[in-house]
Design a protein around this ligand. Structure first.
Ligand SMILES: Nc1ncnc2c1ncn2[C@@H]1O[C@H](COP(=O)(O)OP(=O)(O)OP(=O)(O)O)[C@@H](O)[C@H]1O
Ligand SMILES: [Mg+2]
Length: 354
């Protein structure tokens, strides 16, 4: 403990009493996760407060910091970059895909468009038409939920394109790792960037943030995850634009997200959808042999849109490599089988112990 009268101290008992005791605890190691540090600080302050309560009327000021007591804090060190500075890391870009490239079952497409419509028109619905009286937390995000390669990223771009807006894309994991332990501030900055640039906000890998259970072990503590989750709720309530989330895991979502996020499930394509996806992945300029049949190619099952894209590119490259100037049905069939065989094995879902 050390005497310290710097004004940044946390005044537990401000007042003009004659004897004013103040001390600093330099016990939080540098590099500690910010959320952890805040927790430590509040526990220490509460402990000292309780202690002070038993020791007469003398006022007490406590400063808990990881800086040496005599060095004045540099502003950037104390607060880190501002929200506006962090927001500069997120730049909006023109969307890459349009809806006419996306193949989804009619039901899913309607669900998607309805969800976007509700989020887009929420000011009319919830403010002007007063629906906030029955739902205080209107939807401000759409969650695209489905296995890898089923068109979620593509749909996020298509949504931005349909709305005539740019897109800001980020991954939840990137928010955490960019500045260690500063996830909530980065999340805030992401929403700030989308609001100021009038962009659709696309947040990939959003499951960890919305999940009811504590699942993250790689990026800090349970406390840090909870801090991100509450920041996300606050940001969603403030955000006037459209947020699109994408998730692979269908986990149990925290009920706080029930009203704020509308879920749209992206299925693995069935045979009819596969035929259509094959068709849309064979550009007119691609020299095809006469035997190529999207309908027959769709007979190969357990294939996603991403697999089909990869197969078309592989087949075309193979045809070139072997000195042929046309891509035939056999090339495409061989390529899609290669893609299926080389696909990383998805781990089986872990069963909870019974
Ligand atoms: N439903 C679809 N309709 C048309 N093309 C599709 C569809 N799904 C996937 N594709 C093709 O596969 C590519 C990759 O899909 P995308 O990146 O959108 O998948 P994703 O669902 O976001 O996957 P991940 O969960 O791994 O991020 C698309 O750019 C497109 O070429
Ligand atoms: Mg994606």
């Amino acid at each position: 403990m050390k005497r310290n009268t710097r004004p940044e101290g946390h005044p537990l008992r401000p007042g003009g009493a004659a004897a004013h005791t103040a001390f600093a605890v330099t016990g939080i190691p540098g590099g500690t996760d910010e959320v952890e540090a805040a927790l430590l600080r509040s526990r220490l302050i509460a402990a000292v407060d309780a202690f002070g309560g038993h020791h007469g009327p003398e006022p007490l000021t406590v400063t808990i910091t990881n800086r040496p007591a005599d060095r004045p804090p540099a502003k950037a060190e104390a607060d880190g970059p501002s929200v506006a500075e962090r927001a500069e890391h997120f730049t909006a870009a023109a969307p890459l895909y349009t809806f006419d490239r996306l193949v989804l079952p009619d039901r899913t497409m309607k669900q998607l468009l309805r969800a976007i419509h509700i989020v887009e028109r929420r000011r009319t619905l919830f403010e002007e038409w007063g629906l906030r009286t029955i739902q205080p937390h209107p939807s401000s995000a759409v969650n695209l939920e489905g296995p890898p390669g089923t068109g979620k990223t593509m749909a996020a771009h298509a949504i931005a394109d349909r709305l005539g807006r740019p897109l800001i894309a980020a991954r939840a994991s990137q928010l955490e790792s960019k500045y260690h332990g500063e996830g909530p501030k980065n999340l805030d900055a992401l929403f700030h960037a989308a609001a100021t640039q009038g962009a659709v906000l696309f947040l990939d890998e959003a499951d960890g943030l919305m999940s009811a259970r504590f699942e993250t072990t790689s990026h800090g503590s349970e406390h840090a995850v909870n801090a991100m989750r509450s920041e996300l709720l606050t940001a969603l309530d403030r955000f006037e634009g459209l947020a699109v989330f994408a998730t692979n895991l269908v986990s149990s979502y925290d009920t706080a997200f029930d009203s704020r996020v509308r879920h749209v499930r992206f299925p693995v394509p069935d045979e009819a959808a596969r035929a259509e996806i094959w068709r849309r992945h064979l550009p007119e300029t691609l020299p095809l042999a006469g035997d190529v049949s999207p309908r027959a190619l769709a007979g190969v099952d357990d294939v996603t849109g991403r697999d089909i894209r990869r197969a078309v590119i592989d087949a075309a490259a193979e045809a070139l490599l072997t000195g042929r100037n046309r891509v035939g049905q056999a090339d495409l069939l061989a390529a899609v089988e290669r893609v299926k065989a080389s696909r990383p094995q998805r781990p089986a879902p872990v069963q909870p112990p019974s």
